[in-house]
Design a protein around this ligand. Structure first.
Ligand SMILES: [Zn+2]
Ligand SMILES: [Zn+2]
Length: 81
């Protein structure tokens, strides 16, 4: 009879990252990329070039493979295209 509320949310892998300006969740699978191939917030238009390095490294460390693949694809399109 002890259904605890979920309090361990940090255990769940991050699949979105919060915008540093408006705090809207950015979905890395659908978001646009800025000219430096960082994710763009579609709400306020700020790109994650401005995000703290610690936030980004946490994000990429926990990001699913789909996300890193999408980013790598975009990156190679920019440089090889
Ligand atoms: Zn934003
Ligand atoms: Zn940018």
């Amino acid at each position: 009879m002890s259904q605890k509320p979920q309090s361990m949310k940090s255990v769940v892998p991050i699949s979105t990252i919060d915008c540093t300006r408006c705090h809207a969740p950015i979905d890395p699978l659908t978001a646009e990329f800025c000219e430096d191939v960082a994710l763009l917030c579609e709400i306020c238009g700020l790109c994650l070039c401005h995000a703290p390095v610690s936030q980004m490294s946490d994000f990429w460390r926990l990001a699913p493979e789909q996300v890193t693949e999408r980013w790598a694809e975009e990156w190679s399109r920019r440089w090889e295209g």
